[in-house]
Design a protein around this ligand. Structure first.
Ligand code: DQA
Length: 391
């Protein structure tokens, strides 16, 4: 006899999210803790219920080591769930049947991997299931589950138009249009993560949705990241192209390319400055949040810069240092939390000093008691203060 799971539909306008974990994830906590961490599956499930609850949603969890049972759980989710957070374990790399199940039920599904599947054995780099999913998150530890819940939440709250250049999967972005006829001012968002592959644009969903609700169009852009080590030309080139993409999008959507704000967070602020310099279209202003803006301040032990520059670390550091390339005639609002331990507030202070010394319009806001992440959480007081300066 095959036991089927009978899910109770929830009678509420909020989302009902299914957390699905595949083979061997029942061993979380004791299985290769150096790869997967020490959090148990029960703890992950409890945290996910809490994370979903914080957004007003309900989450139910199921784990199986059997492909057929996972397929049936996905089938049974139809009509009962609005989103699936799915860590398929090793089935990710082999199971076309799970791909088909996700595709068949048409429930927005975010694939999650705790470990960095792109930095391990070559066979882990391929996911058979990803093409049926709306997004994939990997290499962020168990926090990746929270990111997946948030991605599902934001896709539902404000569904974007996803557009790509077609020549690389990471040259893509989420366009959101506000109410009204336009043409709308546009905010281009560039996320951070020290240019590393596992950090992607979902980290700025919260701001993109909030800004759109405040009446501007948002273009939350992805770009190619590292590895390969030394990819600075492609990464910075993609940031410039992401800004220029507004001109192409304006041919199809009611956007105003003469009113572009480029908002970058963390290493995305670095890309905002260098991208603005490389773009054909000139932004009206930059909003640089917790930004990596003075490479001289980076800890010499930090691997981010050697990763970005590779063999050209010594010869090309100046070329990619925002403080040496302040764009001319573009106003900048530079914001840092004084509790930021990820990126030293000195980055922002030094950048603003260099900008004003060159006669550029730059404003520094230091937010007391705010850390690196408060600045990109639309629910935070920090963001409300920043938004107050923008509108
Ligand atoms: C995993 C990655 C898979 O390659 C592996 O087979 C797992 C766990 C992860 O969460 O990192 O079982 O999905």
């Amino acid at each position: 006899m095959i036991w089927r799971i009978v899910w109770q539909p929830v009678a509420s306008p909020l989302m009902h999210i299914l957390l699905l974990n595949g083979p061997n994830l029942n061993l979380l906590g004791s299985r290769a803790p150096e790869v997967y961490g020490s959090t148990t599956l029960a703890e992950v499930e409890q945290m996910c219920r809490q994370w979903a609850g914080d957004l007003g949603h309900r989450l139910d969890a199921y784990q199986s080591n059997h492909e057929g049972a996972l397929i049936e759980a996905i089938h049974d989710a139809r009509g009962a769930f609005d989103g699936i957070v799915f860590n398929p374990g090793a089935y990710s790399h082999t199971s076309y049947a799970l791909h088909d199940a996700v595709g068949a039920v048409e429930i927005p599904t975010v694939e999650v991997h705790i470990s960095n599947v792109r930095a391990r054995e070559a066979w882990r780099r391929t996911s058979r299931i990803e093409p049926a999913c709306v997004y994939q998150i990997f290499g962020r530890g168990v926090d990746g589950y929270q990111a997946a819940i948030r991605r599902i939440h934001h896709l539902d709250a404000s569904p974007p138009i996803v557009r790509g250049s077609g020549d690389h999967p990471d040259r893509v972005g989420d366009l959101r249009l506000p109410a009204g006829d336009g043409p709308h001012p546009v905010v281009v968002l560039l996320h951070g993560g020290f240019w590393r592959e596992q950090y992607t644009r979902d980290t700025l969903d919260s701001l993109a949705v909030d800004l759109t609700a405040r009446g501007v169009a948002t273009w939350n852009a992805e770009y190619r990241r590292i590895p390969p080590i030394g990819a600075w030309r492609t990464t910075i080139g993609d940031a410039a192209d992401a800004i220029d993409a507004v001109t192409d999008l304006a041919a199809e959507f009611p956007l105003d390319p003469s009113d572009i704000t480029v908002l970058g967070h963390s290493a995305g602020a670095h890309l905002a400055v260098l991208g603005a310099n490389g773009a054909d279209v000139k932004p009206r202003r930059l909003v640089l949040l917790g930004g990596v803006l003075d490479l001289g301040v980076l800890d010499p032990e930090h691997d981010a810069l050697p990763n970005l520059l590779g063999d050209e670390l010594v010869t090309h550091k100046d070329i990619v240092d925002p403080i040496s390339h302040v764009p001319q005639g573009v106003a900048s609002l530079v914001v840092h939390g004084d509790d930021d331990v990820a990126v030293d507030p000195a980055h922002s202070a030094n950048y603003v000093a260099a900008s004003t010394a060159r006669g550029e319009d730059a404003t520094l806001i230091t937010l007391r008691g705010s850390d690196h992440w408060d600045l990109i959480d639309a629910r935070s007081d920090a963001w409300k203060t920043i938004a107050g300066h923008l509108f």
